[in-house]
Design a binder for this molecule. Sequence first.
Ligand code: NAP
Length: 462
Amino acid sequence: MAIATINPATGETVKTFTEFTDDQVEHVLARAASTFRTYRRTSFEQRSAWMQRTADIIEDEVDQIAEMMTTEMGKTFAAARLEVLKCAKACRYFADHAEGFLEDEPCDAEAVGAASAYARYQPLGPVLAVMPWNFPLWQAMRFAAPALMAGNVGLLKHASNVPQTALFMEELFTRAGFPEGAFQTLLIGSANVEAVLRDDRVVAVTLTGSGPAGSSVASIAGDEVKKSVLELGGSDPFIVLPSADLAKAAEVGTTARCLNNGQSCIAAKRFIVHSAVADEFERLFVERMASRVVGDPMDEDTDIGPLASEQQRTDIVELVEDAISNGAVARCGGTVPEGRGWYYPPTVLVGITPAMRIHTEEAFAPVATVYRVDSLDEAIELANATAFGLGANAWTDDRDEQALLISGLDAGMVFINGNVTSYPELPFGGIKTSGYGRELTAHGIREFCNLKAVWVGAPSGS
Ligand code: NAP
């Protein structure tokens, strides 16, 4: 895949980039290793000041950064602005909390016969981050901010269709004051990830992306006995039960499905509705999905821009055609619009059966499937009948049902009467083929730390 900015709204190639040579990659790795030796000794106070400055810069330049992201991957300018501001928030969150999250944890010294005993979090070294294009700044930032605050150094291999955002990230941290080499971008294709990951100077890897990419990277990391964190795909259920506020559920469900032009790992994808309210919910949901405005992502009236690449659109066209040819019905959408750009309309499919690919595969576009069930147990069973386990949404005002859903749904995140969202203050991640490990909060920053047990005996003579 060429490393290039291709505007999804027009299909035009805006700018192409040359992949790094072996010598350039070597230079980056050598610099990461040498920077780590001194960077790990910087104080939390110093790192925090640099991280706050990072937040200042992105807040000051929000419009330029947002426009770059919209040009590279097609999200609406409004959504891109929100993403940039969310990144600033994450920077400030880790600037404020990293030291507390990584404080020494006292252990029972007497029980282990020590004068003092504790556990200390220490940085690991250069960590490779393989990142996707869908939230080009946020995905990379939610790795970078905690990693840098912990004293690690970062190596970013971003998706090949967002090279400008990738290069901007390196420049951003340098401008904010971080030492050269603390955060570097590698302009390389996915075929060159293996060599970087096998390099002795790279100590760990995090990958956000598809299952096949995660599986490949995790295998190599396993072979090298290096720590890995995986944030992979999802097919989040959105359960609606009779006591729910149906209008609100339909409105939030529409937002949850169409978020980021439908290309979000935590988008609600499978709508599982109790038959007692299914007709009404479907009516409200289809009405809202059909009313979303598809168009130029720079236009402030647009709700949904184009899909990020021609391949993304080909994939969803095939998935929807497969469902329809096997008996599904499109209550809205389902056809490719005329004209340039990789647009796809909000689509609601009903009559889904296990014979259809969309029943088991992730729909990475604004395409919802709707199922009907007759009980809470059936809803939980269907929600869990997937290889994915990222997030889950459920709508009910009944406290007992809420408790059963919270404990019964096989997912890394459960949101009741709301849609799954990432916050610095909540752990983020999945189970099953959605990955392992967590990002954000104290759990996220500790993923790439050495938890060192320290045992200190009594001074001699005492
Ligand atoms: P992708 O093809 O897996 O690409 C993601 C990154 O991995 C890119 O940098 C890509 O580089 C690289 N890559 C691809 N194949 C690789 C391989 N064999 N070895 C090493 N690196 C490889 O994913 P995508 O289709 O762009 O992104 C969408 C997927 O990401 C969806 O499944 C979505 O649900 C998931 N996602 C998950 C989360 C989460 O937090 N759980 C968040 C966002 C997205 P190139 O671009 O150079 O190919």
